[in-house]
Write a protein that binds this ligand. Structure first.
Ligand code: SF4
Ligand code: SF4
Length: 375
């Protein structure tokens, strides 16, 4: 079975005439696509045993680490089980690193007395744990610039005049090629996830997906928190593959015509998000997809600024880049001794300050999809 990712295929096809394109395409059986990006919309839905049955009437409040639990939706604390939801949870990295997290529960017993129950749990202690991604795989991302130095979620800290940040993997994004429907399975966060349909703020021009995943199987290499100075975000990798014989007409047109160069990248001001210009994904990804760590330039600082401030905790001065790194480029500025080598390039005349997507990691998912089964 011959398998190729949409990025490599579009590079080959864009050099050919129409008839040659079809002949070349027919040499392949399966096309893979993927995206790896910083996202916001994640909820943690869980069930946790906290007391023997019959001891408490209900839970009034609960926290995991410092995150408040929305108790319910089907309270059954009489059984000593808490079920709840936390939006944008801050503690998932700890669970994924096999560390314990603290749980604090304010429970009311059958004599209306209040009890505070404090204990620690591991990932495996949750009876049920799912991640709900309400907006992933966004097609048609944007690039952002600023008129003046401004704190924004579109940059790790500030975006200065003359700098630009962007998101998106261009032609490799699954929704650039495929019409992924409700009920289908995708690769996400290192395991398979169930597509629930379009996500929040999804539109015809800017579609995205909503996906449910079993947290027990999530791998930190493909999902974790991305802590910028002004916000807590997450990184996630998602992939999708399809046999060419199952392509519909629109998907066939997409694979034959789309390329990094002809997918527009709107450039907007962070102030008001007004679009002021357009680039394309070929220009956006003209820098190095991967960065390098030059250990010879490393001064082995007592506090490594990359270990301290990397938004994904993806660097160690001993090992260099860890396998969850998304090559965002922030460490190029963090290390004062130039131990990180690489160039992010430019879009128009703006210097790319950081990337909120990783084409390198998306291509890595495409390779992995070769042998991946959605079960
Ligand atoms: S900040 Fe740079 S030089 Fe210092 S330990 Fe980290 S990588 Fe090495
Ligand atoms: S590129 Fe640097 S700052 Fe960005 S995730 Fe990787 S190690 Fe962290």
């Amino acid at each position: 079975m011959k398998i190729i990712d949409a990025y490599s295929l579009s590079n080959i096809l864009s050099t050919l005439e129409k008839e040659e394109k079809i002949k070349t395409l027919k040499k392949y059986d399966v096309i893979t696509t993927a995206t790896f990006a910083v996202i916001s919309a994640v909820s943690f839905i869980f069930e946790l045993k906290f007391a023997p049955p019959g001891r408490y009437k209900y839970v009034q409040e609960a926290y995991i680490e410092n995150d408040k639990v929305l108790v319910g939706p089907a309270p059954n604390e009489g059984l000593g089980i808490l079920d709840g939801i936390i939006n944008r949870p801050s503690f998932l990295d700890k669970l994924l690193k096999k560390e314990k997290v603290s749980v604090l529960i304010k429970a009311i017993d059958y004599e209306n007395k209040i009890d505070f129950i404090n204990f620690k749990v591991l990932k495996k202690d949750f009876l049920y744990s799912k991640l709900l991604f309400t907006r992933v795989c966004v097609k048609n991302y944007m690039a952002f610039v600023s008129e003046k130095k401004e704190k924004t979620i579109f940059s790790y800290d500030y975006l200065d005049k003359g700098e630009i940040t962007f998101s998106g993997c261009g032609v490799l994004n699954p929704l650039e090629i495929f019409n992924i429907k409700e009920g289908e399975k995708v690769f996400i966060a290192g395991t398979w996830g169930l597509v629930l349909g379009p996500g929040t703020r999804s539109s015809k021009e800017k579609p995205n997906l909503s996906v449910l995943v079993d947290f027990k199987n999530v791998d930190r290499k493909f999902f974790g928190s991305f802590k910028q100075k002004s916000s807590l975000e997450f990184y996630v990798g998602m992939g999708y593959k399809k046999n060419l014989k199952n392509f519909d007409k629109k998907e066939m047109d997409n694979i034959l015509t789309k390329s990094m160069k002809n997918i527009k990248l709107p450039i907007a001001k962070v102030q008001g998000r007004q679009v002021i210009d357009f680039s394309n994904y070929k220009e956006a990804w003209n820098g190095d997809l991967k960065l390098k760590f030059n250990k010879n330039h490393c001064h082995n600082c007592s506090t490594c600024l990359i270990e301290e401030y990397c938004p994904a905790q993806a660097f160690s001065k001993e090992e260099g880049f860890l396998d969850n790194c998304l090559y965002c480029g922030i460490c190029l500025k963090l290390c004062p001794f130039g131990a990180i080598l690489g160039c992010l390039g430019k879009i128009k005349n703006y210097k790319i300050k950081m990337r909120h997507s990783s084409l390198y990691r998306a291509l890595e998912i495409c390779k992995l999809l070769k042998d991946f089964t959605y079960s």
